[in-house]
Design a protein. Structure first.
Length: 448
């Protein structure tokens, strides 16, 4: 048994080093993989490298403790030195491979070289009030006209799913960046990352409806401050002495609620119609799932419509109401070839780079089709926290939002969003796809 792997831990360490080194190859040469695998390759390769190192580290710790207990101090020291040498050689081999791989630097800020690109740049900053259409969008327009003000909207689709397919409804809520963040927080409306539904601003802003799903776990009680109602019940009256209509907890099933908080005008009829419009909007979102409760429909609902028939690229930016300094963006582009998109946010006053994102581009040979890229949704998870300009603690980690910089809110400044494309086969020949200027504000990071 002396020659078995169990009694010769050095062989295990060599296997771990080899596995980690092989796991780095898709990162250094991404074009060695099929195109359909390249988007997920960084996550898988990173997990493989980390798993190999942790396994080797666990083995060396267990082996060293065992030998120390047997008073084999010199042998323990020798084993540790050999282990460090093995991983040192592995790191050295990776550095050599990385040198010859010539991986493009995603933090490089490409220069705008062509004169015609400068001529196409729009320098007039605009407020970030674009309407996003992807499944991650947190600001959703509603239209209260035509909705009742005296009874709760019946929610036919949600009731069908809750009563007959509660598992798939729960899977949708837990997998959706739009809904999954605050399923157990009754004060969601004070924090960034929740859904806000906005009526038309005719003659001023009448108000906003803040919406979230809420599930009670382990005998929890619904926090005070909500009027518990069921679909089809009469709309609760405003309590005496209060100017604000009550927040609603619409019961879908015992222990599962849809919370709605109206913040705006105290006019009861206006508020009630807006609340029912918000309920109807949520119910219509899950209608495809109620009509076809399958995993395929669930995936389609979470992905949304990725293609837009257009010959021109576009970049949309939204700041969800009441979530100051937090932003979402959608880029509709089709570079026509594989490569990486780089989004740079520049302060127009100082010309300093504030944020830099990179994500793989979707493309086709049809120039009349543009593909939706969600920001931050399309950015690989392992690159979000490592992106240039990122500061932890500004926003919840899983929120489909990004902040531009830290600072006091309500103080606006002009920035430019520059979206460039770096081809996979020519990393030094990047080109500008689109550039837009906006008036934005910093994020305090105290809304969580």
């Amino acid at each position: 048994m002396k020659n078995t792997l169990i009694t010769r831990p050095r062989i295990w360490h060599r296997l771990c080093c080899t596995t980690a080194l092989l796991g780095c190859l898709p990162l250094l040469w991404p074009r060695m993989l099929p195109r359909s695998w390249r988007a997920d390759a960084p996550d898988i390769a990173g997990a493989l490298v980390m798993g190999s190192f942790l396994l080797s580290l666990t083995l060396i710790i267990i082996s060293s403790i065992t030998m120390l207990l047997r008073l084999r101090n010199l042998r323990t020291l020798g084993q540790l030195l050999i282990w460090m040498m093995q991983w040192g050689i592995t790191v050295g081999a990776f550095c050599v491979l990385a040198y010859f791989a010539d991986v493009p630097d995603i933090t490089r800020v490409p220069a705008i070289a062509a004169a015609h690109e400068q001529e196409e740049i729009e320098e007039a900053p605009a407020l970030p009030a674009d309407e996003l259409t992807g499944p991650d969008a947190l600001c959703i327009p509603i239209f209260p006209e035509g909705h009742a003000a005296d009874v709760i909207y019946p929610l036919p689709n949600l009731k069908t799913l809750e009563n007959e397919h509660s598992d798939i409804l729960r899977a949708y809520i837990e997998a959706s960046p739009r809904w999954s963040l605050y399923t157990g927080d009754s004060t969601f409306y004070t924090k960034p990352g929740h859904v806000v539904m906005q009526p038309p601003a005719s003659g001023g802003i009448p108000g906003l409806v803040h919406v979230a799903f809420h599930r009670l776990v382990g005998g929890d009680r619904l926090p005070s401050g909500y009027s518990v109602v069921k679909p089809g019940d009469p709309m609760p009256a405003t309590p005496a002495g209060s100017e604000q209509v009550p927040d609603l907890a619409v019961e879908l099933h015992p222990g599962h609620y849809l919370l709605l908080a109206w913040r705006g005008t105290s006019h009861a009829e206006t508020a009630h119609r807006a609340l029912n419009a918000a309920l109807a909007a949520v119910d219509s979102m899950v209608q495809p799932l109620a009509e076809s409760p399958t995993q395929q429909t669930l995936r389609q609902l979470l992905v949304g419509k990725r293609e837009l028939e257009s010959e021109e690229p576009s970049l949309l930016l939204s700041e969800p109401p009441s979530q100051f300094g937090a932003y979402q963006a959608e880029a509709y582009i089709n570079p026509g070839e594989p490569g990486t998109c780089i989004l740079r946010i520049v302060d127009l006053t100082s010309n300093a780079s504030l944020r830099l994102f990179s994500f793989p581009a979707r493309f086709s040979e049809n120039p009349r089709v543009q593909f939706r890229h969600d920001i931050p949704g399309s950015i690989p998870s392992n690159l979000r926290a490592a992106s240039f300009g990122h500061e932890s603690g500004l926003l919840p980690e899983k929120a489909p939002l990004f902040a531009i910089c830290r600072g006091p809110s309500h103080q606006t400044f002009p920035v430019a969003f520059e979206l460039r494309f770096v081809p996979s086969n020519a990393p030094n020949k990047d080109r500008l796809l689109i550039r837009r200027c906006f008036m934005v504000q910093s994020c305090e990071g105290s809304q969580q």
